[in-house]
Design a protein around this ligand. Structure first.
Ligand code: SAJ
Length: 445
């Protein structure tokens, strides 16, 4: 154990990161920047090639420069060959995806494969860190026994094993990696101590705990956010029925020192919030008293609510969805990122296409259009359309020139603002019929 600590302190440790995605790459690049020798492993040849050419395969502020600097300095490289790099590694950080399957249960196949690769090549005194989000109990019941049986080594004595969940949000990944307090939960005190020592070289604050507590804490954070957003969304539906502006209500309620309601929207997307609540309740017995599942259902309902609002708005002015052109602004799951994983745009576009609407999508960051026609600008998307639906709160959409857009749209133009980025009074002044999430919709339709 002493040698590993020394190797961390004098940066002679060789680190392998398995899974070079939105979490793995910032991890690899930041440890390389802290002077470790890092190899990033991925199954996608284009990711490996891009990193080795000194560029970033994902659009994350600051990451390109970080990769470029560290590849040039010879501290960072990428490879498809995990076995070769693992035989030279002293520490492995696993950050592969852990999606949910059709039954909302965890799919741990990527993690299992990574553990098999690590277990087979593992040598004494190695530190293995899991950063992938996992259901409670995975470290003790799956990861530990798998690595022990494959390697013949004993945890916390002959090798070290810790759960160190990530807390970074796309768009702010590097800053949050360094600044957010980092939970380090070892399987045993030696593992906690060594993993904490490693993460202190990059993270400003490390909080030591045990693996099982860290697993549940990680899921508790994202589930809290999902439930809070579900409450905001339900409040928006209530406000629509009372003809009261939910945005104003939330603003006022949040002036209370102990109230902090999140923002309603067209649904909750991204790789984490739509799935982590299911990981938290996996194999638990909660009966009907399941606030977590209900919150998921409310958030999953929101894309349908957006479509329903658009349909009703069209009907009110005597238009049929079949002959209508709908401009979708935003396919990314949240503001100012290029990530479209589980974006609410997908079910919204799919439903509109099923209803035979002509759907054109524009996103300034994201190439995904979910089978809608793809436009290269707001103007191209909006031209000759009947209705604009704002799905993502990109900065660009907050500055749209309503009067100019009205001129290029068909008669009686509509806006369905899923993110409340448009001022309703201004839209109405210009001549739009304005519908927003949580904005007196029921009174108007
Ligand atoms: N959203 C709302 N209303 C809100 C906030 C968000 O509708 O008030 C929507 C967003 O538009 C988006 C979805 O929720 O569609 C998720 O966005 P997000 O910003 O809440 O979260 P992610 O998925 O980008 O990152 C989350 C973060 N977790 C928390 O803030 C508790 C991040 O810190 C985690 O590292 C990340 O999940 C993860 O990887 O687990």
């Amino acid at each position: 154990m002493g040698k590993l600590v020394k190797d961390i302190q004098n940066r002679s440790l060789h680190l392998t990161v398995i899974g070079s995605g939105y979490v793995g790459l910032p991890t690899a690049a930041l440890f390389a920047d802290a002077s470790f020798h890092v190899t990033a492993v991925d199954i996608k040849p284009e990711v490996v090639q891009t990193v080795n050419s000194g560029a970033s395969p994902i659009n994350e502020p600051g990451l390109h420069e970080l990769i470029s600097r560290n590849v040039q300095a010879g501290r960072l490289k990428a490879t498809l060959n995990s076995t070769e790099t693992l035989t030279q590694a002293d520490t492995v950080i696993i950050s592969v995806q852990t999606p949910i399957d059709q039954n909302k249960g965890p799919n741990l196949s990527f993690l299992t494969k990574a553990l098999e690769e690590v277990g087979k090549t593992m040598k004494e005194r190695m530190l293995v860190v899991i950063s992938s989000t996992v259901p409670p109990g995975t470290m003790l019941r799956k990861v530990k026994p798998k690595l022990e049986s494959l390697s013949g080594l004993e945890t916390d004595d002959e090798f070290y094993l810790a759960y160190v969940p990530e807390r970074i949000a796309p768009g702010k990944a590097l800053k949050e990696f360094i600044e957010s307090p980092r939970l380090v939960g070892g399987i045993g005190p030696n593992s906690t101590k060594i993993a904490a020592e490693l993460f202190r070289t990059v993270c400003k604050k490390v909080i030591e705990t045990d693996a099982a507590t860290a697993e549940v804490s990680k899921l508790a954070e994202n589930t809290f956010r999902d439930i809070n957003i579900a409450y905001a969304n339900q409040l928006a539906l209530i406000c629509e029925q009372h003809g009261v502006d939910a945005k104003k209500v939330i603003e006022l309620a949040n002036t209370h020192p102990r109230v902090s309601i999140h923002t309603p929207g067209p649904g909750v997307g991204g790789p984490c919030l739509p799935k982590d609540p299911y990981l938290l309740i996996h194999k638990t017995k909660l009966g009907d008293q399941n606030i977590i599942k209900r919150a998921r259902q409310i958030n999953d309902y929101m894309p349908k609510h957006i479509v329903k609002t658009a349909l009703q708005a069209l009907k009110n002015i005597g238009k049929n969805i079949k002959n209508s052109k709908i401009a979708i602004l935003g396919t990314a799951y949240k503001a100012n990122v290029d990530d479209s994983r589980l974006s609410p745009s997908k079910p919204i576009i799919q439903k509109l296409l099923d209803l035979d609407a002509k759907v054109v999508a524009y996103d300034p960051y994201c190439s995904e259009s979910f089978n809608a026609e793809k436009a290269e600008s707001i103007t191209e998307a909006v031209k000759d359309s009947d209705c604009i639906i704002i799905v993502t709160d990109h900065d660009e959409f907050k500055e749209i020139e309503l009067s100019r857009l009205k001129k290029i749209m068909r008669s009686n133009p509509l806006i369905v603002d899923g993110r409340r980025v448009i001022n309703p009074a201004e839209a109405k002044n210009v001549g739009f019929k304005y519908y927003g999430v949580g904005y007196g919709v029921k009174d108007e339709i």
